[in-house]
Design a protein around this ligand. Structure first.
Ligand SMILES: Cc1ncc(COP(=O)(O)O)c(C=O)c1O
Length: 463
């Protein structure tokens, strides 16, 4: 088929570049990225800066006329991209790191370069198929039933927001049960969706920072007794503070008994299931009615990539949107319009990077990387336990997270030491508060991190 228009030479592309220049700039970017990847362990784990010098470098008048591309690239790399938390640095242990991988970066670049869209079936059959495939691969890894559906979104917050909106559309308004260790994005989702305060039960966690099944049972019984409708339990598979997993089997039993939806937030922790010991820690996760996980955390994807896996037939009735101007880009039969599985209409493909990295590395290497980090966190605990006069374990190593404190030191002193270490650039560590006690916390999920990185970080904190 000849697709070239007749008698229509194209005018010069106003925003075009000649192919030589495109290649030169493209290769320069590839070189810059690879150079950083090879040297990142020598650079700071986090680099902060005040607004004024950054504005001085990056601001200025609106550039009405073109500026040299090489100069702009250099400014972006040296000023904008340098000054951030480097979540893929081997000594970035704060919050939840983002240990991205190069095969995933390539998949992302390809999607951006082709301006990929995965909104409707007629307008994106190829990318939508890749997303369906990736969702099923993730479903298999998580051990969920075969008919599970899913959608890729920007991250854990968006995945859980999507789940809660869809489940409420299905089950109607009712009470929701979470714990004081549930990630803050879940409470925000409930408030954003207009859940009234009187429908939200935040239950105190037990001494292991897990949701207490007995508290959930008691709260449900009390609500039923008062004529209220229990609607959803939000459990956590790997809490951000301690890595603890709620008693998922018991919670699933309670939910089944009372016809309550079980949403599990495994944003950071769920991929631990790829390793044998992680799988044991996450027992019962496969019984979730919906599961949040974040491939941009422990599945080695660059930002952003979140995923919601959910029982079939729940998303579309909530998000379905087929106005007259979208009729000709509407799936026929059993095909999927991803725009009808969440809040986004125009949506890029987040699946390409997952697909490419799963195929390029093989899942076995993901398993190896995850198992390695779980063991390294146990090594960190063992190192701390060698010096019990100095260190106290506040929460033991659990799927990549450990919390500990210096005996006899104040909250302020812990915060000061964490801040100073981060400011030095050697490592990025933060504190958290557990049952009123300030603790230092390491989240160790980067396969580049070595035992020496761990011992030196701990020793620099405990000097
Ligand atoms: C357990 C948990 N849930 C939800 C989130 C929110 O995920 P995101 O930042 O991708 O929206 C996080 C982030 O760290 C998390 O650790």
């Amino acid at each position: 088929m000849d697709l070239s228009p007749k008698d229509k030479p194209y005018p010069p592309d106003t925003l075009g570049m000649d192919s030589q220049e495109m290649r030169r700039l493209g290769y320069a970017v590839v070189d810059a990225v690879i150079q950083r990847l090879e040297n990142k362990h020598l650079e700071p784990a986090i680099a902060s800066q005040e607004l004024a010098p950054l504005l001085e470098a990056l601001g200025g008048a609106l550039p009405e006329q073109a500026r040299p591309a090489d100069e702009s690239l250099e400014l972006l790399i040296d000023s904008a991209l340098f000054h951030q938390q480097h979540g893929d640095h081997p000594r970035y242990f704060a919050r939840v790191p983002g240990p991205s991988s190069f095969a995933a970066v390539i998949g992302e670049w390809l999607g951006v370069g082709f301006n990929t869209i995965a909104a409707s079936w007629p307008g994106g059959a190829g990318p939508s198929t890749v997303e369906l495939v990736v969702i099923d691969w993730l479903r298999q890894l998580m051990g969920l039933p075969e008919d599970t559906e899913g959608v890729l979104v920007s991250g854990g917050s968006q995945a859980s927001l999507t789940a809660i909106a869809a489940v409420r559309a299905l089950k109607g308004q009712g009470c929701v049960y979470l714990s004081d260790q549930t990630h803050a994005s879940l409470l925000r989702a409930l408030v954003t969706l207009g859940f009234p305060e009187q429908d939200i039960r935040i239950l105190e966690c037990d001494s292991s920072y897990r949701m207490s099944a007995q508290s959930v049972r008691d709260a449900i019984n009390a609500d039923k007794h008062n004529g209220l409708k229990p609607m959803m339990v939000i459990a956590t598979a790997g809490s951000t503070n301690t890595g603890a997993t709620d008693p998922l089997h018991t919670l699933a039993d309670i939910c089944a008994e009372h016809d309550i939806w079980l949403h599990v937030d495994g944003a950071y922790g769920a991929p631990a299931v790829l390793s044998e010991s992680g799988k044991a820690s996450l027992a019962g996760m496969e019984r979730a009615d919906s599961l949040t996980l974040d491939p941009h955390k422990w599945l080695f994807q660059p930002y952003d990539a979140g995923c919601l896996l959910i029982r079939p037939g729940v998303l579309e009735p909530c998000f379905n949107m087929n106005p007259e101007y979208l009729k000709d880009v509407q799936a026929a039969g059993s095909a999927t319009d991803f725009r009808n599985r969440g809040f986004e209409l125009t949506r890029r493909s987040r699946a390409l990077k997952l697909w490419f990295s799963f195929r390029s590395y093989g899942v076995a290497r993901f398993r190896e990387a995850i198992a390695y980090s779980i063991e390294l966190t146990e090594f960190a605990e063992a190192h701390l336990r060698k010096n019990p006069e100095r260190w106290e374990i506040i929460s033991p190593a659990q799927i990549g997270i450990i919390c500990f404190a210096l005996r006899g030191e104040s909250a302020e002193e812990h915060e000061r030491r964490a801040r100073e270490l981060s400011e030095s650039g050697f490592a990025c560590v933060t504190t958290t508060k557990l049952k009123g006690r300030t603790a230092l916390r390491l989240c160790i999920i980067n396969p580049l991190t070595t035992q020496a990185d761990i011992t030196e970080t701990i020793d620099r904190l405990g000097y």
